[in-house]
Every structure is written in structure tokens, then in C-alpha cells.
Design a protein around this ligand. Sequence first.
Ligand code: ADP
Ligand code: ZN
Ligand code: ZN
Length: 678
Amino acid sequence: MSQIIHVVVPTPAHSSLSEPLSYASELPLPPGSLVRVPLGKREVCGVVWDAPGGEGTAAELKAVGGVLEGLPPLSSHWRQLVGFAAGYYQRSLGEVALAALPPQLRELDAVQLARRLKRAAAAAATPPEPQRPELMADQQAALQAIEAEAGPFLLFGATGSGKTEVYLRAVEALFARDPQAQALVLVPEINLTPQLQARFVERFGTDAVVALHSGMTHPQRLRSWIAAHAGAARIVLGTRMAVFASLPKLGLIVVDEEHDPSYKQQEGARYSARDLAVYRGHLEGVKVVLGSATPSLESWHACERGRYRCLEMPNRVGAGALPAVRVVNMNHQPRGTLFSAPLLAAIQARIARGEQSLVFLNRRGYAPVLACGACDWRSECSHCSAFRVFHKIDRTLRCHHCGYTERVPRTCPKCGNVDIAPVGRGTERLEEQLAELLADARRPDGTPVRIARMDADSTRLKGALEQQLAQVHSGEVDVLVGTQMVTKGHDFRSITLVAAVNPDGALFSSDFRAPERLFSLLMQAAGRAGRDAAHSAASEMWVQTFNPDHPLFVALKKHDFPAFAEQQLAERRQAAMPPFAFQALLRAEARTQEVAQAFLQAAANEASGLDGNGHVVVYAPVPMGVQRVANVERAQLLLESGSRPALQAFLSAWQPVLQGLRMKGLIRWAVDVDPLVV
Ligand code: ADP
Ligand code: ZN
Ligand code: ZN
């Protein structure tokens, strides 16, 4: 007698197929089993799901094609995590479930699987006797709280305060309590995994730790995934995708650098791995530790509300002082100055002493905001507390919040000056200029200065980044110039000067999170300087700005994240922005801007009368900051609500409406829940 089972299959993002699909099976297959099933003309991999009764009788249904035997079923917790993510981020179950599994899994037969599982289990036999430092008082206190309380925890610790050591000890304590337990450790970037992996391997042995990230080959990913799924890998260390790792004995989740935007997936199911980690901890009754020197304002606010427990570690291990912050008022520099005289002198002094400097440029594509060169006018929106974005294509200023649009004024509306231009202009020439300005600088031995440039272009080739970093480490470079990628996590021992030469664009950005990013970036960059206690006394962080009194720089001078957070949260509360409101974006791509916006407008028109609508504000469609990419026009529409459940209810009710809208020339659309950039 065959039975009906329900299978989640890789459905397109906005499929109108109702999920899961029903199939007939000779064997009783428990939920979580991996199967091959026919779908149209293809055979696809699917996961047996715990759905309530399907339609039809087994006789009318297609039969399951095969089972991935020997593989233990995916746990009910895993299925709940996937189900939650699909629902919350408005994607199909099949898309999320199958994307969470290693691609190669589908190709294995039972014999190969059995062999791999056996190999994974055999590898787990060794954890060594490690060297461990004596804990500092703050670390001790943090660990005690993690042991004693439920969390989630926000480990708010300065760079170099010993957060990683706390993660290591928390994992040790877990393993001491439960010899089979597993830990999940998330890091924002692939670049950061080798360093952290080395420290975990040193403590727990090679076989205990596996990595999981998109830079791995398919066979490598499969090996890690199976080791985790079989319970053989005790620690999974990975980037955002690893939040979906199958860990049958999960006992602890760590999210390092929890504020980092890379935790948000920017295509497909646009999930936040940080937020899902907290959800997963809640779901599985497992403690979650989020760590950062500059927490996201969402997490900081959660501490204030008592939802997270904040554990503070303000001191650097080894008492290496944080660098002094020097703010250069660019209003007092000759017009057109890119590098101020005092900054240049400071860099030259480093070169002469044989020390290294790191100069970074913000070249990230901030949607440009216009400013007057003569007075303090900026292209603010008269209807909201947001800056309007300059759209070059039709020379308009548009508010990305409410949609308010005007032509770019010919002269400054406040003082009549004709010189109005995007904030932060002229950055292209910075690198060239620096090389010219330092052409005569000499190292202690009289040889010329060596300048290296590091950015997305210079590191595109495989291995280039590693090679450049090695050069910096070995002292072959005196001045390293780069975009913000140079600031992340690298432990440069002999850098004693870090300079941000043009950070102002982030102060006046249409992206309300830009100041938060900038502060975090500058703090992180400051953390690069003076890591070596021998140099820390002379280490400096330089900032050039036209806005020296901005609260961001005032707080930065004191290394005072709480003061900065308080000021930002007050502004956000006032303006009813996240974390005091919840947002979602509907994005559309089309052949023409008109079609993209017409789709969004049609969607907005259908909004009234939907569930939760009374608590959701639907704004007007606007072109995106980068409006045209490869001849595709892009537009977006913002939704905002004071209530997360109301927004969720609305989005669920809206989904079938969106699927029903057809428009000629429309290429694709997607919903982004809790977008990071609006
Ligand atoms: P974070 O993760 O906060 O940047 P780390 O854990 O990497 O800080 O610690 C910074 C440095 O201090 C590392 O070299 C680490 O080995 C060392 N360290 C951490 N805790 C201690 C301790 N209790 N005693 C001595 N050294 C420590
Ligand atoms: Zn003006
Ligand atoms: Zn507005």
C-alpha cells in the first residue's frame, strides 16, 4: 500500500504552486528525509515535509523516484528554521530549503553517502590539550553571565578586548557539559574565516572544526556539511549561509561582528543571518552570543529594552591604548585640499621612522546628496527627516522615503550660490595625489616610500589579496591606500596611523544607516592602529571633515560608542525609523522606468483592504539610487509599520496579489524585508 508524503521541491521564488507537493511512496518516509521526485519533465531533489493531509489518493499521485538512503533526516528544528525564514522573508519554502543544502548532495548515491558519513564519523576521534591564557576579569564576568543566564547576549567589547577568547571558552564549557554538543560560529566575511579557524583549530583540533562558506568548492562544502550533519564536526565556522547548517547537537551560536552588513543576503531570499541566528537559538533553546565593538543599533536597542543581555569588555588585552583621534577641520584648509598639511606631515613622520600608515577612502556608492559649497544647505526633504538623492539622469532630487521630487535647483535655495554639487566629490583623484605628495618622502635608510593600493580592482585576481596582505605584514609597504576593505579584521602589527580622508558623504546620505556604518568603520579602522603595545602610545586615527562638530566625530574622539548610539537612537526615534519602525521594500526591474514604477503603483493600489493595512504606510514608488544597471531600470517602494506582526500579515496577504499582477516589460520583482539600504 503506498502512502502520501509531502515534499518541498526547488520551486521558483514566486511560484504559484502551493507547497509542499504531494507524492506517493511505497515506504513510510519520515519528515526531513531527502528524496528524488519527478517535477514536470525533470527529477529534482526534495525534502519530505510535515504538511497536513494532501489532496487526492496515493493512486493519483506521482511516485517518489528515490531516497538518499543512509542520510539521517533533517531535524524538525531545521525544518522549522527554514519554514520561518521562507515565511518571514517572503520566499518559497522550496527555494530556501534547497538553497540551504550543499549543491552536490543531490548527486550522491547511497553507497557514496554511506562512505562519506563513515569517514566523517571516523575523523572525529581526536580534541588536544591546548594552551589557554589566564582570563581577564571582564572575560571571566562575561563567561559567567553566559553560563548562568539565558541570553541572547551582546558581547560589547573593544577591538582586541578578547572577545574571541570568550567564544573559545564558551565553546569549551559547552563541550565540558555535553561531550557531543556542537557549536555554530558565524563570521561576516570569507576573508575572516582562516584567522578565526586557526584559533579554533589550535584549541579544539583540526578535525573538530569545519568551515562553510561560498568560497569553497562543491566537494569541500559537501564534506563540511556532512560532517556537521553527522555530528562529527563539533564546530561549524562559516559565513551567513552557515546559519542553515544542519547541526543535530547544536548547543551554542556565536555571531562575531554582528553589526556587519554582510550578514544580510542581498539576493534571492534576503535573510539576515544574524537575526536568523537569534531565532534559531530561541527555537532550539540554545544560547546565542552576538559580539561587536560597534553593535548594530537594533541589537543595542534590544539591550536597552532588556531583550538582550549586554556584556561589556571595554579594555584591550595587554592595555594597548586605543589610538588618539585627530579631527582636521577642512573648512580651515585652502579650497580644494584633498590631503591637509597636518595629515601629510604625520604620514611623512611615520615613513621617516619606518612605521606603517593606512589611508582609507570611502568610495562606496552612497546615493549622492547635494550640498552647497558656500553655506550649510543640503538637499533635505521638506516632508521627512531624510536627504533627497540626486538623480543625474533627469537632474531631479528625489526623496527615497516619501517620493517627493523636484528639479535640481540652479542655485542654492538658501544663499544663491551656483556651486552646488554632490557631497564627497573629487574622491577619484585621491590616490594619485597621495603618491605625488609623498614622492619625496624617504624611509629611514634613505630609500623612497613604498605605497600599495588595495581595493576591489587590485584584489580581483585569486590570491592577490593574500599576497598584498603578506607584503604589508612583512613590512614591504609603508603606506597602504584602500577602500574600506582594508579596515576589516586584519591584524596589522606595525601600523601606527590610520586616516579617513573623505568620510563626509556618509554624514549626509539618503541612507539613514550611513552614519552608523561610518562610525563602525572608523572604530574598526582605529582598532587597526597600535595593535602592537610597543607602538600603541604613538598611534593615531586621523579624520578629515568639513563637519568637525558632528556628534559622530565628537563621540569618536572619545571612543564612545554608547554616546554615539544614544544620539543616533534619539534621531531614529524622532523620525520613526528602525529600530522604532519596521520596513520592507518592494523592488521592481523593468525595460523602462515607467513600467517598473507602474508595477509598484499597481501593487500599492491593491494594498488597501489587505490584512494589517491599517498599520502599514505604503509610500510612493521611486527610482532606485542606482537607477539603471545594464539597461535594466530599477525602482522601489517603501513600506513602513510600527508593528512587525502587522507588516508581516500585510506582506503575506500582498504576496498573492503581487503574483497576480502582470505587466508587459516587467522583468522581475522582489520583496526585501528589513532592508539594510532604503
Ligand atoms: P577580539 O576578538 O576582541 O578582537 P581577541 O580575542 O582576538 O580580541 O584578543 C586579542 C589578543 O589578546 C589576541 O592575541 C588574544 O590571543 C589575546 N588574549 C585574549 N585574551 C587574553 C588573556 N586573557 N590573556 C592574554 N592574552 C589574551
Ligand atoms: Zn548655499
Ligand atoms: Zn520625504
